[in-house]
Design a binder for this molecule. Sequence first.
Ligand code: ADP
Ligand code: MG
Length: 703
Amino acid sequence: MEGPGILSASPATVSIAELLNPGSVAVIGATEDQTKFGGRLFRMLLKHRYAGAVYPINPRRAELFGLKTYPALRDAPTVPDMIVMAVPRASVVETITEAAGMGVRGAIIISSKFSDEGEEGARIEKGLVETARRGGMRLIGPNCLGVISPANRVVLCSSPALEPDTLPVSPIGFVSQSGALMATVFDRARDHGIGFTHCVSVGNQADLELCDFLEYLVEDARTAVLCCYVEGLKDVPRFLAVAERARTAGKPLLMVKAGRTEGGARAAFSHTASLAGSFAALAAVCRDRGITLMDDLDAMVLLAACMARYPGRTVRSATVITPSGGGGAIAADRLSEGGVPLTAFAPQTQAALAEFYSPGQGNNPIDLGGRLPGGEAMDIAHTTLGIAGADPAEDIIVSLITTAPMLAATTARMADADVDKPNLFVMAPGKAADAARQALVERGVPFADSLDEAVRAIRAWASTGPPGATPSRPAGLPAAPPRLAGQLDPAAVDALLRTYGLPTVGQALCATADEAMAAAKRIGFPVVLKAVAATLVHKSDAGGVAVDLQSEAALAGALDGMQRKLGPLDGFLVQQMVQAGAELILGVNRDPQFGPLLVVGAGGVLVELLHDVALSPVPVSAERARTMLGGLKVRAILDGARGRPPLDVEAVVDAIVRLGWLAHDCRGVLLELDINPLLVRPRGQGCVVVDARVLCAKEGAEE
Ligand code: ADP
Ligand code: MG
């Protein structure tokens, strides 16, 4: 074992902090030619006044932009900390080999045609990493757009987004799997007065990957909010670990993930598997881990800016202030649909507003047009913000600006209002509002270009809550996970569920029709008869379920009919007939990346059509189980819609919690579990499983 103090040139000795702030940079293929990557990148580095030493490398030049130019890397006066290149693949290999041999600390490889192109490229890419590792050098890319680190005034990126002289810094870090999107986000953010500490495009992530940079951003004192654009996560456990560290550090982690529409492609044994697609799984895990999953980059940057300006806020309700009655109504609709209702003003807020507004006006959304005559419009807008902003129940103000006279002055007055709440502007007009936008940029006040963008940001903010309660294990659950393998037969399914305290219906598994008749007499009529055969997945579709059999004669008829229709069967299941108010599905699906996920939703034979489901990683707390149920459409039925009795929601919550622990305990072997339906009875009468399927890994395939 190595003792402390023995320093080797292992990759771990190069920190991300160093790579984002190198003391010297060699630009391989630097040129004055602005049609070339090497030309633009070199110029951007100089233009943004990089403080370190720059060594242009080009065998055909003696000088570039007044800087001495070197024929090869080895001719540079010192070994540079960092090299950056956008040269053909063969030259990349040569340069990396040379640089690693010299002791260069890091390299940014802009060039593409590596693992992004195919097997040959992937092989060469792997070789690059090995060469770099041997020399203790780290790689960013290949196939990336480099690094923009405004906090360090380091620009190693050729994008035209860097053409303006300003390099604004906000406490936001951004790591992107797409180079073009990184540059675009940077550019658009600057138009909104938003900057970054560091932006990194990670490209193929041959060596350094997304998580390396996120880990750094969590540690970086100048960064308060982390953003990332992800196409595929390389290392899910590491990502979840960095998310946990970000949460502990109080730094929000925002992510836009491409690939939303890719479905759960696996042929489904259960309904659950087809309901729990991989994106839905990611969304559930993100919610659980406090990661803000978003669907739009502009909205992500807007939210990051809001979170940076107003740290530690929770958003549940909003106030809309606008000169347009129509705009206010639309904003109210969109926000409520997104789960952020408008704040109901407290009496003192209403009373204060009544001084300035005609009777019936001055409610949320506030239409500035409804003010009483007299007084300067912009003063009243300013005062209104102060009054509304002081309402104790409200979490955020949306100032929706529409085309109106004196736009810039009014917007500025509204932005200057003294409110201790996030005041998010929506700048709906076109060019007419350019001066107004500028007024906001000057004040560092975040604004959206459309209501849609603002709603996306606010919804995402509202969905990011503090960590929920830690799930507690109900008494009486088994201490050791039960041994399971393959597809369980009905008796084994029943035993497993009962072991975890899940209520299952009284039933008997019978080999013959005579046995079924005897069992029915024991159980008591009415009964339900079900055909049993390993191949029979959707029994009712095939005519293998007969419910509410009131008598021996009815049962005899059903037995006869099923045998004739379905041919030879493995047996029959005779069940007690349960009268219920609702059918739910409860399931577990093991996601290849995220592990077991619990699914709860509207059940019965139409589950896939209804697609009314909520997902959660396991175990699940009772609090979380209630939230999951609360978000379902079927919730209305559970609550007792249209004069029906309210159903036993707490019994369902208990069943969810128990199933969560079952899934947690059996995570090594359990692949899919489907309870469909769980029949829910009126309040106080519980719920009961009447149909369940369980698929486990084969014996010996445990993980
Ligand atoms: P499958 O899903 O294979 O078609 P199920 O066992 O889920 O078969 O039964 C289909 C439907 O029959 C259920 O959705 C439910 O409406 C009804 N059902 C099944 N078992 C019972 C029972 N014990 N009591 C009342 N209704 C039942
Ligand atoms: Mg079923």
